[in-house]
Structure formats: structure tokens, C-alpha cells
Design a protein around this ligand. Sequence first.
Ligand SMILES: Nc1ncnc2c1ncn2[C@@H]1O[C@H](COP(=O)(O)OP(=O)(O)OP(=O)(O)O)[C@@H](O)[C@H]1O
Length: 244
Amino acid sequence: MAPHTEQLTRPAVRLAGLTRSFGGRTVLDGIDLELPAGQFTALLGHSGSGKSTLLRAIAGLDHGVAGGGRLTAPERVSVVFQDSRLLPWRRVLDNVLLGTDGKDAAERGRAALAEVGLKGRERAWPGELSGGESQRAALARSLVREPELLLADEPFGALDALTRIRMHALLRDLWQRHRPSVLLVTHDVDEAIVLADRVLVLDRGRIGLDLTIDRPHPRSYREPVLGEYRERLLAALGVTEDHQ
Ligand SMILES: Nc1ncnc2c1ncn2[C@@H]1O[C@H](COP(=O)(O)OP(=O)(O)OP(=O)(O)O)[C@@H](O)[C@H]1O
């Protein structure tokens, strides 16, 4: 692995003039963006604004989609989706180990499961896990590859509010320990503010707002100072709020 200092200075992702369109309709319209190595970034935008399209482009999962521009991304990229995408016919540990090799793979898989709070569930079937546990397993599966970049497309979107808050703490904790670059796609302005150090708003195919959230962690939804960030983000999303 590259030395830590190099990781901090080298951008993990670099996009220059990235365009993507479907059936002649432009969804991404010349995006220029750098994500520094080790940064936790959230991506907001209206439904249909192209968040998943951008994430899939960075993940290299958009073969056959029309577009152009330049894109540089790290070699080791993991993607987590809204549904865990665990294979139901494989036990949890085997799901985590899918596609990994090496003598110590099983050991690393067990360690990753322990890290996400699933110690003891290695031999469970995915159908025996709750929604939150399934997403924990999905996170373990992504971590076991020690990704340089973790792409997460609404990973907590299907979870109840309480589970989501627990998962926020877990994700932030995992990020702290492993320090991948993270790009988290979310609909939830508060989720973005509480978790990310930088929040991007995708608007009409471009980055409409690029906001640094310079506040210490852990953050609480109730911190009044976060309200200012919320207002700026909501304004960029075209949402007006009647404030107290
Ligand atoms: N494979 C595809 N074929 C045709 N159109 C597509 C395809 N993928 C995305 N689109 C279109 O591109 C636009 C952006 O979609 P995308 O899924 O990236 O948006 P999004 O911001 O992630 O939306 P949401 O928040 O609702 O998930 C939408 O209008 C969608 O219909």
C-alpha cells in the first residue's frame, strides 16, 4: 500500500469534462471534480439528477453508456448499494469472501465481520439477517478488499431511522480506521452533514455546490451550527424552509 503521506496528497478520483447521456438526453454535463485520497464526501441532488450515473461511472459500471471526458479512479474500489446484494445461497462469511483470495482471506473476512458487529454470525444465511445486519455484512464485504475508494449509493436508504443512526456511526468509525476515500450518494441532507467533510450538490448535470463541512466529529443532528450548512444545501437543492 502507498505510504500514508502520499495518500493524503494524491487525488483518488479525478474527473475532467465528464459527460453521460441516455437517449440523447444529457445527464452529466461536463463535470470537473477531484476527490482527494482519504476524504469523506457526500453527493446530494434531486431524484433523477444523475447521482447514481456519476457513481456508476466512477465505479466503471457504465459500459455502453454514451459519454466522454476523462476519469481517473483507484484500482481497488468497493461499491455498496441500497440493498445488500448478498447471495442468499451463501453463508454470510462466504459472501464477504466472494472474489477474495490469499491464505489469510478467511481470517480477514472474520475480522471484517467483527468490525461491523457481526461476530458470531459468520455461518448465518443472508435470509436470517435483518436489514441493518445485511448492510453491515455488505460493508464487511467491501472492507475486506481494503478499498482505496468506497462508493456508497444510498446504503442506508431502506433502513429505519434508529438503525440508520447506528449505521452512520459505524460507517464513520470504519472510515476513520481504514481511511478510504468515500463518495456517499444520499437524498438525506442531514445524513450528508453529519457524516461528510465535503458535500456536493449535483444540479443540471454539474456540481452546483461544493461545500466543506469544517466541524469536528462525532456530529449531532441537533447542533445548531449545522443548521447553516443545512440551509445552504437546501437552497442549492431549491428547497425553501420556514425557519424558526
Ligand atoms: N440505464 C439507463 N437508461 C436510460 N436512462 C437512464 C439510465 N440510467 C439512468 N437513466 C436516467 O438518467 C437520469 C439520472 O438517473 P440517476 O439514477 O443517475 O439519478 P439519481 O440522481 O441517482 O436519482 P435517484 O435519486 O432517484 O436515485 C434519470 O432521468 C434516469 O432515468
